[in-house]
Design a protein. Structure first.
Length: 281
């Protein structure tokens, strides 16, 4: 079994992006910029945002965090987004989720200029992705896609089973695989006989949030299995895939942690640079 080393592949991607930022700096005498808006004091969000800033700076991007207290008015955040939309030094804007209840998530997402939407959540980008056009793609499924392509560059005709249909993971994942000419099945909590569906997959992507849901006998021999799940348990952080069992049948499998996770931030950096490049067109 090939253990898909997300840490290593993410480091290679970051190195490539650093070279790209250096060459942008030489050519245009400026660098792409990422601004993250962080609202409130939710500890995991603070850690994610700090890691995003650190990674952005390491590859030479301009990086800024705008912090607001948890009781900030929605209007204040919307006005800030308007300001960032007009700022030529800002290539990408990300509003860290989750948001406090009094702030309308969809309103915030739709206020971001789609050309600066590094999360790929704006309906404009969602539509472009589903139409097969160029767009920002949500970072986690983009990371999964790049990992799959490392193992199998030609995905045409492969049968892919996506478990989970969230806007964040399952749906964009399915669109990316469809674009690669996979035959895609999207499954969810109402799917009947999930085991039988998974058994058909040359590629299985689990993005559910249930520890070790996907068992060894759900997986076809030599399938590629991508585990998006991050579940805090007494055993520590584990994925949606029963790692030991599945590793005996799969051709390639991502570990948790160290698989998809590191790719998510690397893809945010990639999206920021891609937004900058599209702004030049
Ligand atoms: P989500 O919005 O809660 O969606 C979960 C999906 O799983 C839903 O579509 C749900 O179906 C489906 N589901 C629930 N129970 C199921 C079952 N028994 N069988 C089949 N499908 C089932 O979650 P998410 O935001 O996509 O995140 C999924 C997991 O990925 C979580 O563990 C999260 O922590 C992790 N994650 C990891 C990263 C990373 O960087 N590695 C990034 C983001 C999220 P319904 O639609 O029918 O409810």
């Amino acid at each position: 079994m090939n253990l898909i080393d997300g840490k290593k592949i993410a480091a290679q991607l970051r190195n490539k992006l650093k070279v790209e930022v250096d060459s942008i700096q030489k050519k245009f005498n400026r660098v792409p910029g990422l601004t993250v808006i962080l609202i409130g004091d939710f500890a995991p969000s603070q850690i994610y945002v700090r890691n995003k800033e650190k990674s952005a700076k390491e590859i030479g991007l301009r990086s800024e965090i705008v912090k607001y207290p948890k009781d900030v008015q929605e209007k204040t955040v919307l006005n800030k987004i308007d300001e960032l939309n007009k700022d030529d030094d800002v290539s990408g804007i990300l509003v860290q989720l989750p948001l406090p209840d009094h702030i309308d998530k969809q309103k915030i997402i739709e206020r971001i200029n789609p050309e600066k939407d590094v999360d790929g959540f704006h309906p404009h980008n969602v539509g472009n992705l589903s139409s097969g056009y160029e767009s920002s793609v949500p970072c986690t499924p983009l990371g999964c896609y790049l990992l799959i392509k490392e193992i199998e560059p030609n995905l045409s005709g492969k049968k892919a089973i996506v478990i989970g249909r969230s806007n964040l993971n399952g749906k964009p994942m399915a669109q990316l695989l469809l674009k690669e000419n996979c035959t895609v099945t999207i499954t969810h909590s109402k799917t009947k006989d999930l085991k039988n569906e998974c058994n058909k997959g040359d590629i299985v992507i689990a993005a559910v949030g249930i520890p070790e849901l996907v068992k060894g006998d759900w997986i076809k021999k030599d399938a590629i299995v991508i585990d998006v799940g991050i579940n805090k348990t007494e055993k520590g952080i584990i994925g949606d895939v029963a790692f030991e069992e599945v590793s005996k049948v799969a051709k390639a499998l991502t570990p948790v942690p160290g698989g998809v996770g590191p790719m998510t931030i690397a893809c945010l950096l990639k999206n920021t640079i891609d937004c900058f490049k599209r702004s030049l067109k």
